[in-house]
Design a protein around this ligand. Structure first.
Ligand SMILES: C[S@@+](CC[C@H](N)C(=O)[O-])C[C@H]1O[C@@H](n2cnc3c(N)ncnc32)[C@H](O)[C@@H]1O
Length: 267
């Protein structure tokens, strides 16, 4: 599939998801992964103990808690890429306080609408949601102290462009911390090619070493993986995409799907 077509699939999927509750996303057959593919509950971590947590903004779509390792400080200017209904933005707002600023960027109208309704209810004047593509952010250079993102960059076709943009909009001395899905080893093509699985954050995921390599290539320093979690795919799901023989190969090889939380600094 071409990059533009993939983005269309992603936007379409997340337009549907924006209007579903967290419980629907985690339990319904037509959750993020599409009918009978990966259930998002496999990825998501519980946010309800995080300061600033807002249940209306939590659609159960994350794969880590990047704000836990993002070293956000009071007064910081924070950008959240693929902000969805604003889950990480409101957690970041609780840290930056009145004097900081939080910007959420997303390209799905239904998500932006939901996030803006949430911020209106909360009455924050220093949280805004901007429409735009992570590969070409409509944002000025050198303006953010911290960039976070939760389970989004795997959906972006050109990860090199995404990290180049992160580098561009970060202030010198700023840093990013993202949670994302990556692959270890070689994932069978059939799994990767399936567009429904893509929207479920697996088929668009790239090899972990390649991911970390892109971050280094863009010039980030002090690159650190803070957390890794293996995603166990039930055999019933593998069976939809693979023959029995391929499933055996899958299990024997040192391959797998992981969620990681990784950070890096712009010098
Ligand atoms: C898995 S959801 C995560 C939402 C949010 N980070 C959370 O944890 O609740 C992915 C979000 O990224 C957005 N997204 C995907 N690709 C994007 C791109 N290229 N540019 C901007 N937003 C994108 C989708 O619209 C969707 O809202």
């Amino acid at each position: 599939m071409k990059a533009e077509d993939l983005k269309y699939v992603v936007k379409d999927r997340y337009s549907q998801i924006a209007n579903q509750s967290k419980i629907q996303n985690e339990t319904s057959c037509c959750g993020v992964g599409g009918c009978c593919t990966i259930d998002y509950a496999v990825f998501a971590e519980s946010y309800d103990k995080e300061k600033g947590y807002n249940a209306d903004a939590d659609l159960g779509l994350g794969c880590g808690i990047p704000t836990q390792f993002a070293s956000i400080k009071e007064g910081d200017s924070v950008l959240d890429l693929g902000s969805g209904a604003g889950n990480d933005c409101f957690v970041a707002r609780a840290i930056v306080g009145e004097t900081g600023k939080v910007t959420g960027l997303d390209f799905t109208d239904a998500m932006l609408e939901k996030a803006r309704k949430n911020v209106a209810k909360l009455g924050f004047t220093n949280v805004e949601f901007v429409k735009g593509d992570i590969e070409e952010m409509p944002l000025a250079d050198n303006q953010f102290d911290v960039i976070v993102s939760n389970c989004v960059l795997n959906l972006v076709p050109d990860k090199t462009k995404a990290f180049a943009e992160i580098m561009r909009v970060l202030m010198p001395g700023g840093h990013f911390c993202v949670s994302d899905v990556v692959i270890k080893g070689e994932l069978p093509e059939k799994l990767k090619q399936d567009a429904e699985m893509y929207a479920g954050c697996v088929s668009g995921a790239i090899e972990m070493d390649t991911y970390v390599g892109i971050i280094h290539q863009q010039g980030f320093q002090e690159v650190e993986i803070h957390k890794q979690k293996e995603i166990v795919i039930p055999v019933e799901i593998l069976k939809e995409y693979l023959t029995d023989e391929e499933i055996l190969q899958f299990e024997k090889k040192e391959i797998g799907i992981f969620s990681i939380t990784i950070s890096g600094e712009k010098s």
